[in-house]
Design a protein around this ligand. Sequence first.
Ligand code: FAD
Ligand code: NAD
Length: 397
Amino acid sequence: MSSIPKIVILGAGYGGVLTSLRLQKELNYNEADVTLVNKHDYHYITTHLHMPAAGTDHPDNARVSISKLIDEFKIDFVKSTVVQIRPQDRKVILEDGTLSYDYLVIALGGESETFGIPGLAENAFTIRSINSVRLIREHIEYQFARYKREPHRTDYLTFVIGGAGFTGIEFVGELADRIPDLCRQFDVDPSLVKVINIEAAPTALPGFDPELVEYAMNVLQKKGITFRIGTAIKECTPDGVIVGEGEEIKAQTVIWTGGVRGNRLIEEAGFETMRGRVKVDELLRAPGHENVFVLGDNSLMINPEGRPYPPTAQMAMQQGVNCAHNLVAAIRNQSPKPFAFSNKGTVASLGKGEAIGIAFGKKYKGRVAAWLKKLIDLRYLFIIGGIPLVLRKGKFL
Ligand code: FAD
Ligand code: NAD
């Protein structure tokens, strides 16, 4: 180990950015050499991606330049893609170089889980990054334009969303708000447009409060969403999806929001994983690797009821803060602090002015929940970029 420990952080999402910000605040001059690696030179606010995907917001509003977040005198930022992690050599291979580390933080975020369903990876869109949502937004507009050229092709105006978890529900809420604008813009009769949200479980938002789920479904059905609950997508083709016992739903747009898994690079590195996520210890370290911390969607933690915590931004942020604290403690030979998740609740948007949520043990719905969602969004901007970022990126209407 060199005299100054080298810390390498992979991924500038919620976990990686919070770790970096805390380290730059807590470390003294020359106490450690910190490098943050991310494949883009911007951080994207994943929790906003359903809006640019539907086209109700611009993709640029969901991203922030990393140089505006971190102090590059304290943290080296490397814009590159990680291609391999080699824990046995304490090295990370990038597309254009190699980094060695004494401590590694893996926060590369999740990938879509397709559960091996044929055709999904090839034919469906996913809401995962700025680039993926730009594609969805453009594709949706294009379908309206295509329909005007071939008015017998109503499948151009059928939008299938696979999975009614929080991502699916938030997206259909936005899409329902966007459809009337698109119909006006392209002179399309709104009654021809179908948005079908297909969910395999016996309810939308499985596991969430049933009263709030019912409220959400009512709001979304009134906005024109069709739900197919208890119906599994079995296959995705270039022409649509096959559901249930072989029924075909023709659609030129299929958006898959059916689940997330960890990053394949972690499995390939030889860490023990479950659906690509490392079951970390109470200090967020990979088993058998005292110098490798795994955060956010790449990590797996079990709740007191014995079930995995859902992968959320809230979890990734809290882990980032804890990880930075323990890295500083390790460098200073101090005692580490075990991680304990503090669940502040869940609030999900249903489109403009509507949301549902549970926060601090209370249920919220409608406009109040929508304000709460806005406050949560503004709080995040404040945490990572202070008032200037809130003023630049926060939408106040
Ligand atoms: P991410 O935030 O995904 O960041 C990973 C980073 O790693 C990215 O910057 C990526 O570009 C980079 N990266 C990936 N691969 C490489 C590579 N090979 N090389 C270099 N860089 C790489 N959670 C909530 O708590 N509340 C919400 O309201 C909420 N809303 C959501 C809405 C949507 C539409 C979605 C999709 C998710 C939402 N989530 C929400 C879940 C939440 O966004 C994730 O749990 C969270 O982003 C995980 O953070 P992370 O740091 O693990 O990874
Ligand atoms: P998810 O795993 O939570 O939901 C996926 C849904 O797809 C499930 O309801 C599942 O039953 C369904 N599904 C799976 N296979 C299917 C099939 N073959 N056919 C039809 N339906 C199928 O995934 P998500 O919604 O992307 O959420 C990922 C994580 O991000 C979760 O932890 C979630 O809590 C979090 N998130 C939070 C918010 C928020 O707090 N506002 C918003 C979005 C996401």
